[in-house]
Ligand binder design. Structure first.
Ligand SMILES: [Zn+2]
Length: 363
């Protein structure tokens, strides 16, 4: 981390430790953090295994997830896109649920709902995809459930299709954003693979390696986690292909360079090729990774090797992001907020101003 990033982080810590804004709406007030997310992980794994592109389970998943968002008071839209896969033309949707805010700014919270498809050598029709990515979908659903009515910033919850065959859904979404939508987006939050891994991470997009101000939301998430007593880190950058503080290899890449991105994932960036793909040093996990493996990315295996981890990680990530959304939504121009909150709002406004100026210079 260079010196200007350190300075940003120091300011951020000073403000967030003095202002703690509890998250949560009245609707979700009686639910413990992670309660909804844990149930959704179990449901998706048990009832919707094998939800890869072009399958019946993919269609059932779309119906189920649309229904859950409706249950939480949203009117989801399906954004259809077509693509070629395995010699076929397929169609999948992104599922978009919007809670309109009182300002013209917005936050995008995304997670892919599809599973890795079968290959010529591995049948994945029974792949539960607990970690990748029931976990991200489940946390997104709980955040949608908890989000207050009339937040300051519009929040768009987007469940992406066809991630596992090349970030197809998120690329379609990003390519169809208007310049106004891009300009008004504070941050894109990506939730992918939140359970299996020795550590919890928050990373910015690759662009933050050369534009440290793009790491402000990563640093805010890390500060919130620290305030909550949750251990979390950022990629230490031991592999030069993946610079310190940045992540990769999921839907965040479709948005990186357009808007600031903040990616959450569990893994271990210090082992294997130090590229984030080796998730754990636990010797009971073959090869240290469960990616796309029906034998390990399932409830039975995870509960046996990592008892309590599904509950712990879904709870922790939900609490951090619920708090982050509350902080950003209560921070800008409201006259009723106490002074320290205004200070945070000013800080974020200054940072956003810096981002916009930087983008102008780049263009
Ligand atoms: Zn994934």
């Amino acid at each position: 981390m260079n010196s200007s990033a350190k300075k940003i982080r120091a300011i951020s810590i000073a403000i967030t430790t003095s202002v703690f804004i509890p998250g949560g709406s009245a609707i979700a007030a009686n639910l413990a953090y992670g309660e909804t997310a844990f149930k959704e992980v179990e449901y998706l794994a048990t009832n919707l295994a094998g939800r890869s592109v072009g399958t019946q389970k993919e269609q059932e998943s779309i119906d189920y997830l649309t229904q859950r968002l409706e249950d939480f008071g949203y009117e989801p839209n399906l954004q259809d896109f077509t693509y070629e896969f395995s010699g076929q033309t397929l169609e999948s949707p992104n599922i978009i649920a919007t809670r309109e805010g009182t300002s013209d700014k917005q936050i995008i919270v995304g997670a892919h709902y599809d599973n890795a498809p079968s290959s010529s050598t591995l049948d994945r029709s029974n792949l539960q995809g607990v970690n990748d990515n029931s976990s991200g979908v489940a946390v997104l659903l709980e955040l949608a459930q908890r989000l207050e009515a009339n937040p300051e910033n519009t929040v768009k919850f987007v469940l992406f299709g066809a991630e596992e065959i090349g970030l197809v859904g998120s690329e379609y979404y990003a390519n169809n954003m208007s310049q106004t939508e891009i300009d008004n987006t504070l941050v894109m939050v990506n939730l992918d693979s939140l359970i299996i891994g020795d550590k919890m991470y928050f990373n910015a997009g690759a662009s933050a390696a050369t534009a440290p101000e793009l790491g402000v939301y990563r640093d805010l998430a890390l500060d919130i986690a620290a305030d909550l007593g949750i251990d979390a880190e950022t990629n230490p950058g031991l592999n030069p292909n993946y610079p310190e503080g940045t992540g990769c290899c999921s839907d965040l890449e479709s948005f990186d360079g357009l808007v600031p991105v903040l990616a959450a994932e569990a893994t271990n960036w210090e082992i294997g090729e130090k590229d984030g793909y080796t998730q754990t040093s636990n010797p009971n996990v073959p090869g240290g990774a469960t990616w796309h493996d029906p034998a390990t990315d399932n409830l039975t295996f995870i509960n046996e090797v990592f008892p309590g981890l599904i509950e712990e990680r879904t709870q922790n990530y939900t609490q951090v992001f619920d708090t982050l959304l509350s902080t950003l939504n209560d921070s800008n121009t409201s006259t009723s907020v106490p002074e320290p909150t205004t200070a945070l709002g000013t800080f974020i406004a200054v940072m956003i101003g810096g981002l916009l100026r930087k983008r102008d210079v780049d263009e």
